[in-house]
Design a protein around this ligand. Sequence first.
Ligand SMILES: Nc1ncnc2c1ncn2[C@@H]1O[C@H](COP(=O)(O)OP(=O)(O)O)[C@@H](O)[C@H]1O
Ligand SMILES: O=C(CO)[C@@H](O)[C@H](O)COP(=O)(O)O
Length: 542
Amino acid sequence: MSGYALGFDLSTQSLSVIVMDSDCEVVLEYSLNFDRDLPHYQTKGGAHAGENGRFTSPALMFVEALEKVFEHLKERIPLDQVRCISGSAQQHGSMYWRRGAVELLRHLNPEVGIAQQLQTAFSRQECPIWMDASTRKQCNYLETILGGPEIVAEKTGSRIYPRYTAAQIRKIYEEEPQIYQDTEHISLISSGMASLLLGEYAAEDVADAAGTGFFELQSDPPKWWDLAVEHTAPLLKDKLVSEPVYSYCPLGKIHTYFAERFGLDRKHCFIFPWSGDNPNSAAGLLLQAERDLAVSLGTSDTAFAITKQIKPRIEAHVYRSPMKPLEFIPLVCYSNGSLTREAIKDMDSMEPRTWESFTNSLLQTPPGNNGILGFYYRVPEILPSAKPCTPTFFNMDMKLVENIDYNTKVRAIVESRCLAIKIHMDRFQVKYDRVWATGGASENEEILQILADVLQAPVHRVLYYNSASLGAAYRAWHGKAYADNPSNLEDFHDFIRSKQQLSPSNISKNRKLVWQPNPEASRVYLKMFPIYEDLEKSFETH
Ligand SMILES: Nc1ncnc2c1ncn2[C@@H]1O[C@H](COP(=O)(O)OP(=O)(O)O)[C@@H](O)[C@H]1O
Ligand SMILES: O=C(CO)[C@@H](O)[C@H](O)COP(=O)(O)O
């Protein structure tokens, strides 16, 4: 195989892409930041915050971002050499296509910008996104009618959380019936982006389908849970692509719009299903079952692993792996990730502080933080299910403490998140002896040291911190090999490793750094786990 793969990542704050050659070597990276590069959508951190925990992002912003990225790539690489494209998207969010939109999509004119032509394509301009916490009523309704949270978790991998697509769709059906009525198709953000590239409504892949609340987690072949689809909203089945597909299945060839406008090769460029950013990160990090834990420190903080068998729980989530058909991803997710750390960094200051000053605070405080733990939920938290609160600090006697210094506050917030990850992930009983850090805050080496000490395992960081784009590009090549020879589905890990061994710059690609746990620091944290756990319960509101 020769040519290039494109791996996209549409996260909360940005649309990133990597260009990967056929030896799985990254040759170009580019990232477009929504707030900075598309200011006319007036987002903050990529989103619009509404009343009562509502969080949305404009559908047209995603569309325009895709076009802008292609404009950038066109000047830098021979796009006619691109053989396969896949992508990642923030999970759970949904796009609402107006009646007749597919005709607009099919007949895009390459002389005119795509966002301009899709102005009227969406029945709802704003996509509910994963940060949304406004659907508690719909979660309760769906869980009750489907037999209770345990049954829903057993069937789908998770109870219905407010950000889950099922609750979001139900809210629109209940509160905006005309919009629901005017909608011909509902995509996840991942499959919506794939639809733009394809010129047809694209199927969801199994991994991202598992974040809807109406997908049968263990189904093979993959299928929606019809009962949940029926209860979510009337006629919903008609508004979905028939059933989700395995992540390696080719969806079709690139839309003539992109071929004619940007010079992609219509005949030879395959589109593969987009997936969720966390499942694609698992692929980008080549996570091994029962061996690795990944911690992603992006807008959300997540921790996840790969397992061959799974027992879903009503706390946290289980998704499907996009690498191997019948493997699973147990995952915990915190909505107060990087943006909350940024707020702590800039606390009590007229001007934003640098990350160096945040890091200095970590360096000037000891592991265990002299027993001070911290909770700060700027936006509604997922785990625990907690309402927003101001920064709140406790000592080891579980007493509220006030008037503590800035450095101690910084360490308290970082350490408490690491403690939460260890406690919540251990409840899944997944085995791991090494940790892979990814996402924007994995730049911060002091955070990685704390993670290693709390998790009591070495923390590795790979060269490309955007592992979701990397995983999308790996998956595109893996899918392309399958499309070329459908009688032979190669093992994902073996396929990527065999390609990397061919690469002359193999050594630089695998360059990585490791933070080893310090046993003394780890011992300090052991005492803090039960105290953190009890304090956390006091924030739980549901
Ligand atoms: N040195 C650093 N220390 C801690 N956090 C950082 C550092 N550099 C960047 N970040 C955080 O990384 C975040 C972006 O992470 P990223 O993974 O790109 O987010 P997402 O993929 O969710 O859009 C920024 O919001 C910023 O808070
Ligand atoms: O809701 C989840 C996972 O269940 C989030 O992890 C989203 O997928 C958002 O991703 P980032 O933008 O933080 O990468």
